[in-house]
Design a protein around this ligand. Structure first.
Ligand SMILES: Nc1nc2c(ncn2[C@@H]2O[C@H](COP(=O)(O)OP(=O)(O)O)[C@@H](O)[C@H]2O)c(=O)[nH]1
Ligand SMILES: [Mg+2]
Length: 225
């Protein structure tokens, strides 16, 4: 009982900070994406492929969360865009106050696109709003096509599912049709992209999706100003 009360209090406090972050992103014209998956599905690799495709002047930045190590920030920093690691020291998800702290000395007005790579976990990150415009869930072929049914919350809340590691399809019993059906049973109409970050297949569709979503967010922000 006490545990439930404490958890509710933490989530309420998180929602308050997330709402303030969302307002700041809106005012500064920043489109923010929260990337969620199990460990190893390919979040950092997708970000590497994405950043390497941007011209030098692109106003993009990344916050990357992990329990330990600065490894992902190191992998992403070589593309020349601002990158900061958030190490949670044991917490299995990012919280809005961690994002707020990590952004404290960044001028949001200098950015248009912010990626947040969450801690690898399909459960806990789904409960913590980070002020993002939308959540993207990644599922990779070796994890199995049943995962949307086992971890429904994140598949329900994410707007986009990126199915990654399609190059591994010939070596696993993963059934693409079944994966799509499971995701859409949890989230009817869910957008699904199929990619391989290794071969590059499908990445143009991902870039196009990103471009269209950024433009839509820009138009929406202009209307509400
Ligand atoms: N075969 C294959 N491996 C991939 C692909 N994308 C990522 N990986 C590998 O999967 C491992 C985990 O990727 P990483 O980006 O670190 O996952 P994260 O934990 O979600 O950030 C790395 O060894 C990547 O090279 C892919 O499309 N195909
Ligand atoms: Mg990573």
């Amino acid at each position: 009982m006490t545990r439930i009360v404490v958890e509710q209090k933490v989530l309420k406090e998180n929602d308050r900070i997330a709402a303030a972050l969302r307002a700041r992103f809106r005012d500064a014209g920043v489109f923010c994406l929260n990337l969620i998956s199990s460990p190893g599905a390919g979040k950092t690799t997708l970000l590497e492929r994405t950043l390497e495709g941007f011209p030098a002047g692109e106003r993009v930045a990344v916050l990357t969360g992990d329990i330990q190590t600065e490894n992902d920030a190191r992998r992403l920093a070589c593309f020349g865009f601002p990158v900061r690691q958030i190490t949670t020291g044991g917490t299995c998800h990012l919280e809005a106050r961690m994002v707020e702290r990590a952004l404290a000395d960044w001028r949001l007005e200098d950015l248009e696109l912010l990626f947040i790579e969450n801690v690898g976990n399909l459960v806990c990150p789904s409960s913590y709003d980070l002020g993002e415009a939308l959540k993207v869930v990644l599922l990779s072929v070796p994890e199995g096509d049943d995962k949307p049914l086992k971890y429904p919350a994140i598949f329900h809340k994410a707007e986009l599912l990126v199915l990654n590691k399609l190059d591994l399809l010939p070596y696993t019993p993963f059934d693409l049709e079944r994966a799509r059906a499971h995701a859409r049973r949890i989230h009817p109409g869910m957008e699904i992209l199929e990619v391989s970050c290794t071969t590059g297949a499908g990445l143009n569709t991902w870039r196009q999706w990103l471009k269209e979503r950024r433009e839509a967010a820009r138009r929406e922000a202009a209307l509400t100003r």
